[in-house]
Design a protein around this ligand. Structure first.
Ligand code: CA
Length: 217
């Protein structure tokens, strides 16, 4: 899953990007509102973390303009726990907010919840027969035994699981699993698919030639 962090405070932005990458998200950053809006309009992010106080264009304006074309889940970062700010954000179409200072653990939980909600998943557990995907713990079990996946392998399984039964194209997978700065080697995705099959069975992810990949179940 791919997240955009729009935040002008360098230290905070880098800390957020680093934490999100460690969790297996593909992460892009933007340091002002204009760059943030441009990226949010250019890519289908799974969540945008949007600071309110930004140079060039503030977070309110970014949100208002983005909502003219896109429903991307937006988590606003407000400077303080102000009811007025929260209401304004929700009225403009934000999906959630966090008041600064916040804990990274809470931010991660809220991002997981936003992604679940936009995928239409009522529960954090996705049941695929032999395999269960726990999107809260970001863990995968097969016949009740934990299966060790890398962060990127997990992201691939999670995205296909959220859309089980539907073919996800290679382009969509690249857009959601890799960030701007990732190497877009043409076989990178195939390597991850191959590794997941080694761990969860060769028929866990099916190839639809010319279309993409699918998890049945
Ligand atoms: Ca700021």
């Amino acid at each position: 899953m791919r997240v955009l962090v729009v935040e002008d405070e360098h230290d905070l932005r880098h800390a957020l990007e680093k934490t999100l990458r460690e969790e297996g998200y593909a992460v892009d950053g933007a340091e002002d509102g204009e760059e943030g809006l441009y990226k949010a309009e250019s890519w289908d992010y799974d969540t945008v973390v949007l600071d309110v106080m930004l140079p060039v264009m503030d977070g309110w304006t970014v949100l208002e303009r983005l909502r003219r074309t896109k429903k991307t889940p937006v988590l606003m970062l407000t400077a303080r726990d102000s009811v007025k700010d929260r209401v304004r954000g929700l009225d403009l179409g934000s999906d959630d907010y966090l008041a600064k200072p916040f804990s990274l653990v809470e931010l991660l939980a809220r991002i997981r919840a936003l992604i679940r909600r936009s995928a239409g998943a009522a529960s954090s557990m996705i049941d695929l027969g032999d395999v269960q995907v726990d999107t809260a713990k970001r863990a995968v079990f097969q016949k009740l035994q934990p299966v060790e996946l890398t962060a990127r392998e997990y992201a691939l399984v999670e995205m296909l699981s959220f859309r089980r039964g539907k073919v996800v194209t290679r382009t969509e997978l690249y857009d959601h699993l890799f960030a701007e700065e990732d190497q877009t080697l043409s076989n990178l995705l195939d390597v991850h698919v191959c590794n997941v099959r080694k761990k969860l069975g060769k028929n866990f992810i099916l190839t639809r030639r010319g279309h993409g990949y699918v998890i049945e179940g």
